[in-house]
Write a protein that binds this ligand. Structure first.
Ligand code: G3P
Length: 215
């Protein structure tokens, strides 16, 4: 499974990119707003690091405006994926953009039927938001299981990008279900690397090494 960071923080992306474990970055208007920087500057800087997949979201809501914004965003860098919201106009805009060769990430997906439609119009990624479903008492991971199964049934090429990830168990469950990508906050990716027994074990090995005769 590919691991993406869900952030617009260059510092966070740099750290994970340096570890060699990062496959991509997703941003959204809320994450960009937190950085207090110009949107296109942020996207350009992330792409310049060499990150191969960088999702940048349109803020228009009509077909023509979304298509125009999508065309503009994709020209920033070849690594840009254009994020389009799952609204009826977004389906039409995705069909047009995908037909021109733009890779679209259909976002704000909350049902399997929406995911079927995203695939139908040629989206490269579909982004179901599991944490927000969990927040309101629904089972976000059940949605991932449904989409993965449906896409497998019909050999759909659209990749399932698990979004709104809140903790490492979400990542683990998404991987067990065979999702293609999980995008997560920096803190969740950090936690994936940590286990107290690793630290305790290393401390013991290093302490014991001191008892080994040297020279
Ligand atoms: O980027 C889309 C999604 O991952 C947002 O997550 O935590 O705001 O629900 P969250």
């Amino acid at each position: 499974m590919k691991l993406f960071l869900d952030t617009a923080s260059i510092d966070e992306i740099r750290q994970m990119w340096a570890l060699g474990i990062l496959d991509g970055v997703t941003t959204n208007p809320s994450l960009v707003a937190k950085e207090g920087r110009k949107f296109e500057d942020v996207i350009r800087e992330i792409c310049a690091l060499g990150v191969p997949s960088v999702s940048a979201e349109v803020v228009a809501t009509t077909v023509d405006a979304m298509v125009a914004e999508g065309r503009h965003l994709r020209q920033i860098h070849p690594s840009v994926y254009v994020k389009i919201p799952m609204i009826p106009a977004g389906l039409t805009a995705t069909k047009i953009l995908a037909g021109e060769g733009t890779r679209v990430n259909m976002t704000l997906v909350f049902s399997a039927n929406q995911a079927i439609l995203a695939a139908k119009v040629g989206a490269a990624y579909v982004s179901p938001f599991i944490g927000r479903l969990d927040d309101q008492g629904e089972d976000g991971m059940k949605l991932i299981a449904d989409i993965v199964q449906i896409y497998r049934n019909y050999h759909v090429k659209t990749e399932v990008l698990v979004a709104s990830v809140r903790h490492p168990i979400h990542v683990l469950d998404a991987a067990k279900l065979g999702a293609d990508i999980a995008t997560m906050p920096f803190a969740v990716m950090q936690k994936m690397a940590l286990h107290p027994l690793t630290d305790i074990g290393l401390a013991k090995f290093l302490a014991d090494w001191q008892k080994v005769p040297k020279g």
